[in-house]
Structure formats: structure tokens, C-alpha cells
Design a protein around this ligand. Structure first.
Ligand code: UDP
Ligand code: MG
Length: 309
């Protein structure tokens, strides 16, 4: 094991050129204090700016920095996986490239690991800087997922985390494509703990999680860990069916009593209601179907285009 570093830090990045140097300097400073061998794995997720050139430069200056460039943008979760698959250390730490995951917390994570935890998660305590919208959507997302999914993920979780080699080897056994890392990690078990940290604003650049990406992420998380939306669809369908049945009996009785009047309103309401619920249910089924389709193709998750060190 002597040629293997003790600590691997994994950083997926997408258009983060202005952040990398500051991040690496801060990180190396912290890691030096730990007095253990380390490697820093930077996975460029198909950036369109000069991120990978910066990574190359940093890797030239410091051999502990290893860079991988994916052939295109595959998304945060896939880039994270690509980095995890390259890690050689016994302690594996994943973090964002925008300095929202302060490197200064790493000693606390390692301390928890030394106490015997195989997985050390972190929880963001929102500072004043976090936008109201992000705070609100994030909170609702965790409330929803903890309510309907079969895993428990604390509010404010992120992919700033420490895993032992044992936990990482277990994690790498998951074969699924739509990877909702924090759900998978929670599902794995092993002794886990949580370290709180205050989340500073991004050092530079903009968030890559647009509303659309956040919705997609939420859908992945929910469908990966719960079949309840499917059940909700069928229950709603059932309830509407019975209401429809009662209404139909009522209409027939009315008919034989000779009291039929042109019921435009009731007709319209029924059509709209039933139509809406049918569309909703179809949509939910479609979401799951799309994921089955996606899984069944078994395509490679990513390609590496270039690498240094
Ligand atoms: N990221 C990535 N690929 C993507 C989107 C984001 O590798 O397609 C990286 C990004 O560079 C950052 C991390 O994932 O290091 C988290 O993204 P971001 O900071 O934009 O998310 P937020 O903190 O706003 O939730
Ligand atoms: Mg961020």
C-alpha cells in the first residue's frame, strides 16, 4: 500500500476556472496539516471554459493533483462517480469546486472517521448568503423525499462527504445509471455520522443547478427510492373511478325519471377532472418507464477524453 496515498479528495467541476487555484491552495494547506499522503482528483465534466487547462497547470506544479477530463458534460453525479472510480486512497473525500464546501472542515471529517465511522456526511447550515429560493426548494425537496422515499436524508445534505475504502468499495458496486449519490449512501448503511458546516457563497461563477436541473435531480432521487408515486397514481385513479361510478348511477336514475337536462357544467367538470388525473398518472408511469428504458440500455456512464498524472 506504500505507493497509494492515504487520502483521496475528489472534485467534480464544470466551468469553474476561476475557483480552481484558490481551492487547490486552500486544500493543500489543510492536507499538509494532516501530515498524510494525499491525491486530489479533479474531474472536468466537459467544461466549456478553460477549467481543464487550469487543472493541467495545477497538476504540473503538484504531482498530487490528478486531472481527468470527460468527453462531454455528463452531470455532477456522473462526474463524481468517475472521480470515485479513480480514487486510490483509504480515506475518500468528495467536495464541490466552488468553495461552498470549506476545506477547513476536512480535519473534522477525518476525526470522525478515526472514531470509527465509515461514512461521514455533512449538513449545510445555511448562512445569510444562501438565496431564499434555494433554501426553500431544498427544504421542500428533503421534506418530500423523506416523506415518500425509503431512505432518510437529512435536510441540507450535499455531496461533501468522507467515505472509508470499505464504504467506497461497497458504493462502487451499485450498477444503476441514474445515480442519486446521497440516497445510495444513506441506503448502504455502515456506521454513519454527520458534521455540520456553514456554507459560504460560491467563490466565483454561477450555480450550475438551474431550476430544470434541480427538478431532474429531485425526480431521480424520488423515483430511485420510492414506488409510492406510482401507487398514488393508482389510488387517485381508483377514487376517481368510484366517484364516476356513483355519478353514472345518479345520471341513469335521473334519465329514467325523465329529468335529463343538458348538463354542460357537470359534463365539463367530469371530463376535465378525469382527463387531468389520467394525464398525471400517465406522467408518473412515464417517469418510471423512462428510467427503466435508461437502465436497460446499459450504456457506459461516461468517457474519459484526457488525463494528467
Ligand atoms: N458540476 C459538475 N457537472 C455539472 C454541474 C455541476 O461537475 O453538470 C459540479 C460543479 O462544478 C460544482 C458541483 O458540481 O463543483 C456543484 O455544483 P453547483 O455548485 O453549481 O451546485 P449548487 O452548489 O449551486 O447546488
Ligand atoms: Mg455550489
Amino acid at each position: 500500500m506504500s505507493d497509494h496515498p492515504q487520502i483521496s479528495v475528489i472534485i467534480p467541476l464544470f466551468n469553474e476556472e476561476e475557483n480552481l487555484e484558490v481551492l487547490i491552495n486552500a486544500l493543500i494547506k489543510v492536507l499538509q496539516l494532516m501530515n498524510q499522503s494525499c491525491e486530489i482528483i479533479m474531474v472536468d465534466d466537459g467544461s466549456r471554459d478553460h477549467s481543464f487547462e487550469v487543472v493541467k497547470q495545477l497538476a504540473e506544479q503538484d504531482k498530487r493533483v490528478r486531472g481527468f477530463s470527460l468527453s462531454r458534460n455528463f452531470g455532477h453525479q456522473v462526474a463524481l462517480l468517475a472521480g470515485l472510480q479513480q480514487a486510490r486512497g483509504n480515506i475518500i473525500i468528495t467536495m464541490d469546486a466552488d468553495l461552498q464546501h470549506p476545506p477547513e472542515i476536512i480535519p473534522q471529517l477525518i476525526e470522525a472517521f478515526q472514531k470509527g465511522y465509515e461514512i461521514v456526511n455533512t449538513r449545510r447550515i445555511d448562512g445569510k448568503e444562501t438565496g431564499q429560493f434555494k433554501k426553500f426548494t431544498s427544504k421542500q425537496f428533503y421534506r418530500l423525499i423523506n416523506h415518500i422515499a425509503e431512505v432518510n436524508i437529512p435536510e441540507g445534505s450535499s455531496d461533501f462527504r468522507l467515505m472509508s475504502r470499505k464504504a467506497l468499495d461497497a458504493f462502487l458496486q451499485f450498477g444503476e445509471r441514474d445515480r442519486f449519490t446521497r440516497g445510495l449512501v444513506s441506503w448502504m448503511g455502515f456506521p454513519q455520522t454527520i458534521v455540520d458546516y456553514e456554507c459560504p457563497p460560491r467563490f466565483a461563477g454561477k450555480s450550475k443547478y438551474t431550476l430544470r436541473r434541480m427538478l431532474h435531480f429531485a425526480a431521480d432521487g424520488i423515483t430511485a427510492f420510492s414506488a409510492r408515486p406510482l401507487r398514488i397514481a393508482s389510488y387517485t385513479g381508483l377514487v376517481v373511478f368510484f366517484i364516476g361510478l356513483v355519478y353514472a348511477v345518479y345520471a341513469i336514475v335521473k334519465h329514467f325519471n325523465g329529468q335529463t337536462i343538458p348538463g354542460w357544467t357537470s359534463l365539463l367538470v367530469t371530463v376535465l377532472l378525469v382527463g387531468g388525473i389520467q394525464l398525471l398518472s400517465l406522467g408518473i408511469i412515464g417517469e418510471y418507464l423512462a428510467r427503466i428504458f435508461h437502465e436497460s440500455k446499459s450504456r457506459p456512464l461516461y468517457f474519459i477524453k484526457d488525463q494528467v498524472n
